[in-house]
Design a protein around this ligand. Structure first.
Ligand code: NDP
Length: 485
């Protein structure tokens, strides 16, 4: 499939492609073959400064445009994304290695959903009127200013849009730094926003590694940082943002529980567990990687799971038949393989996969460990790969306590036909995004984010507006001013 993936230049600043050849070279590798398909350069201090200056300059005028007009531009961009879904999905596949079967329905289209949704809200962002006798207070909902978005490599298009859409709807400008593993997709979003009529400088893309991120986060002209990444990076970015008392949204990692009770539909719960562990080759932050299965159905569950995994079509992610692709990078594959070794060494019973697949690229077989104990490393640490840990349980209170015994709290799921138990258990689980008889749905209408170490703030839904705007209270006195002297 022919697709020109080498971008015109590395960065998109003030409405145009910009190169910074002095910056370190970043190789973009197609994970299914290991071949380099594009090269970009990290933005040096001067490039970061140029992007921030452009954003500062553009933001003021952008904020003055009526919300409905801002929204119209975002909605137009959403339509262009939908029109170009095939090309954008293929680019996402080249950038990440995820199967085209997935990217055609889950990436550019999810980005378009966000632009459409927040575009629709932009005209109705309001403050309130508070009557105080004859006097009153009104609040103005104002943008924060210049926002920085920093992305992980698993959903480069979606992450760029999930951050840009609410930020821009509220009248902010944004500088987005993609992960160095997946530098390509955000540039296309910048191009499309410009084509849709976004004024130059309102959305900028600067490539780079952590160092570029540090420069962006620590710049005093930046008012807000929204990071999607790991917990260790989240702690560093949060601390750096605190130095300037900046607003933050932190979408971080997880080790989420998926609880399958003995009355659950076996076929649906196996399907849920597959979605919760093997979609995007397991590289999804909200994955339900601790699968607690009631002892009474464990045998049936495992045998059906193994049967269905045998049908995984592993191969070139550009082939529409492929439903299981490579991991995004050699480094991430090595991390997953090291965890598999740890699981075996700790006595986990390997019932599926457990090895690298013998072909070019970064393929790890869909892997399932049974008889996993709570204390094992594979049950405690985020692997971010296609490795499912199945744990046994018997009692509801016991499983809720064990599910919550983690420092993470991003997601949680329950499969049961008992309606009251489903709601009771979900209410008792410490997690931001929960699922009943389903897993990993992320519609833009629902707030998304974690509790505990999994994050701060929420993306998507009306909740995101609170994280990209601030209220100014204005007291209006109608009578004389009474002063003590
Ligand atoms: P990292 O935390 O390694 O990196 C995230 C981003 O932060 C990258 O763009 C990275 O740059 C940048 N970065 C690294 N250090 C700094 C720093 N000190 N200051 C500013 N920016 C910095 O995460 P990964 O890219 O490896 O992504 C995987 C992680 O993301 C997993 O833990 C996963 O759970 C989490 N995630 C969370 C989601 C959520 O919504 N909760 C969704 C998707 C993923 P570079 O990599 O270029 O060096």
């Amino acid at each position: 499939m022919a697709l020109a993936v080498q971008p015109i230049a590395s960065h998109f600043i003030d409405g145009a492609y910009v190169e910074d050849a002095a910056g370190a070279e970043i190789a973009c590798v197609f994970p299914a073959t290991g071949e380099r398909i594009a090269t970009v350069h990290a933005g040096m201090a001067e490039t970061v400064d140029k992007a921030i200056s452009a954003a500062v300059h553009a933001q003021k005028d952008w904020a003055r445009i009526p919300g409905r007009e801002r929204g119209r531009i975002l909605i137009r961009a959403a339509q262009i994304i939908r029109d170009r879904n095939d090309d954008l999905s293929l680019l996402e596949t080249m950038d990440t290695g995820k199967p085209l079967q997935e990217t055609l329905v889950a990436d550019a289209s999810s980005g378009a959903d966000a632009l459409e949704y927040f575009g629709g809200l932009a005209g109705s962002l309001t403050g309130e009127h508070i009557q105080l006798g004859e006097d009153w207070v009104y609040t103005r909902r104002e943008p924060l200013g210049v926002c920085v978005g920093i992305g992980a490599w698993n959903y480069p298009t979606q992450i760029a849009c999930w951050k840009a859409a609410p930020a821009l709807a509220c009248g902010n400008a944004m500088i987005f730094k993609p992960s160095e593993i997946t530098p390509l997709c955000a540039l296309k979003i910048a191009e499309i926003l410009k084509e849709a009529g976004l004024p130059d400088g309102v959305f900028n893309v600067v490539q780079g590694m952590g160092e570029t991120g540090v420069r962006l986060v620590s710049d005093p002209r930046v008012a807000k940082v929204s990071l999607t990444g790991s917990v260790p990076t989240g702690k560093r970015v949060y601390a750096a943002a605190a130095e300037g008392m900046k607003h933050v949204t932190m979408e971080l990692g997880g080790k989420s529980p998926l609880i399958i009770f003995d009355d659950a539909d076996i076929e649906d719960s196996v399907g849920g567990a597959i979605l919760a562990n093997f979609y995007s080759s397991g590289q999804v932050c909200s994955n339900g990687t601790r699968v607690f299965v009631h002892r009474a159905i464990k045998k049936r569950f495992l045998s059906r799971l193994i049967e269905r995994l045998a049908n995984a079509v592993i191969g070139d992610p550009r082939d529409m038949a492929t439903n299981f692709g490579p991991m995004a990078s050699q480094a991430q594959m090595d991390i997953a393989l090291a965890y598999i070794d740890k699981g075996i060494a700790e006595g986990g019973r390997l019932v599926a996969g457990g090895k690298r697949i013998d072909r070019d690229g970064f393929f790890v077989a869909p892997t399932v460990f049974a008889d996993v104990e709570d204390g094992m490393v594979i049950a405690r640490e985020e692997i971010f790969g296609p490795v499912m840990a199945v744990l046994d349980f018997e009692d509801e209170d016991e499983v809720v306590a064990r599910a919550n015994a983690t420092e993470y709290g991003l997601s949680a799921g329950v499969f049961t036909r008992d309606l009251t138990r489903a709601h009771r258990v979900i209410a008792a689980l410490a997690a931001g995004s929960c699922f009943i008889n389903s897993y990993n749905d992320a519609p833009v209408e629902a707030p998304f984010g974690g509790v505990k170490l999994s994050g701060v703030g929420r993306e998507n839904a009306k909740a995101a507006i609170e994280h990209y705007s601030q209220l100014k209270s204005v007291y209006v006195r109608m009578g004389a001013v009474e002063a003590p002297c």
